[in-house]
Design a protein around this ligand. Structure first.
Ligand code: PAF
Length: 283
């Protein structure tokens, strides 16, 4: 029977617990999450296990990355099921900070990421988002001091922002990206998929199909504009409100004109009813 992970809620308790894990120089991996864990998170935990001796998972729904109009209040919180999943994976420690452990009274410091955080994708539609993510992730890194941290590629711009920040600030953490886990019909797994109605759930995989169609055209030599237009048509016909469908350089996230100019990534964000979905694929 696997042992339930230790759960800590304050920074001093976390420090003591991580020191304990590090006994005999064991390496530590961190998987930062907001809970509502699904198979995508489980795959991050499995990669963490391969990369380090001990695995810490953080669960914190971070208020500073939500705008007042967004779903902070209704974001799914599934603590009991999360602990069961992490127990089954043999995770050693869950960092489940109280709000005040992350944002004590008088908290007044913020990381303002640039570079990949200001390329006109998610940042254009959620201008508060990457400041909130970078600040909380910097805190998680300095609190846990992991050797490696695993992030899903589904939030591709976030992965680039966090990678850049860890490098720029010498945080001493190797950031590892992990392949997006999909449902059988292609929909990327996301904690927010639970918001979809039955009818929306049927339509949601069209986002992946649209990106694949754009990617196919690009590989066959189509220019970026027409390849993207083909994808946009699929998305709009399926009933989405499209925020963006774009092709970018996979490392810099800057616009890219042709496959010969570097690795390409197609990124999309679109709304089905009140649910906003994001996704991306390599070309
Ligand atoms: O991707 C997420 O779940 C969150 O943005 C993260 C990285 C845990 C920061 O709150």
């Amino acid at each position: 029977m696997p042992r339930t992970p230790m759960v800590v809620r304050t920074v001093p308790a976390l420090r003591r617990a991580v020191d304990g894990l590090r006994a005999r120089k064991a390496t530590v991996a961190l998987v930062p999450t907001m809970g509502a864990l699904h198979d995508g998170h489980v795959s991050l935990v499995r990669i963490a296990r391969r990369r380090a001796r001990k695995v810490v998972v953080s669960i914190f729904v971070n208020p500073t990355q939500f705008a007042p109009t967004e779903d902070f209040g209704s974001y799914p919180r599934t603590w009991k099921a999360d602990v069961e999943k992490l127990t089954a994976e043999g995770v050693e420690l869950i960092w489940y900070p109280e709000l005040k452990a992350m944002y004590p009274d008088g908290f007044a410091t913020k990381i303002v990421p640039e570079g990949p955080a200001t390329v006109g994708l998610e940042d254009r539609f959620r201008p508060h988002f990457f400041g909130g993510v970078a600040t909380v992730v910097a805190k998680l890194f300095t609190q846990v001091r992991p050797d490696v941290a695993i992030f899903g590629e589904k939030d591709f711009q976030q992965l680039r922002v966090v990678t850049q920040m860890a490098r720029d600030l010498d945080l001493g953490v190797k950031v590892i990206g992990s392949r997006t886990v999909r449902e059988r019909d292609g929909l990327a797994m996301s904690s927010r998929n639970v918001y979809l109605s039955a009818d929306e759930r049927k339509v949601a995989p069209e986002l992946h199909r649209a990106m694949k169609e754009s990617a196919r055209r690009l590989r066959e030599g189509a220019d970026v504009r027409s390849a993207i237009a083909a994808g946009e048509t699929i998305i709009k016909q399926a009933g989405f409100d499209l925020d963006y469908l774009d092709v970018r350089h996979a490392e810099t996230l800057q616009p890219i004109a042709a496959l010969k100019d570097g690795p390409m990534r197609i990124l999309v964000a679109a709304r089905l009813g009140t649910t906003r979905l994001i996704d991306n694929i390599a070309v």
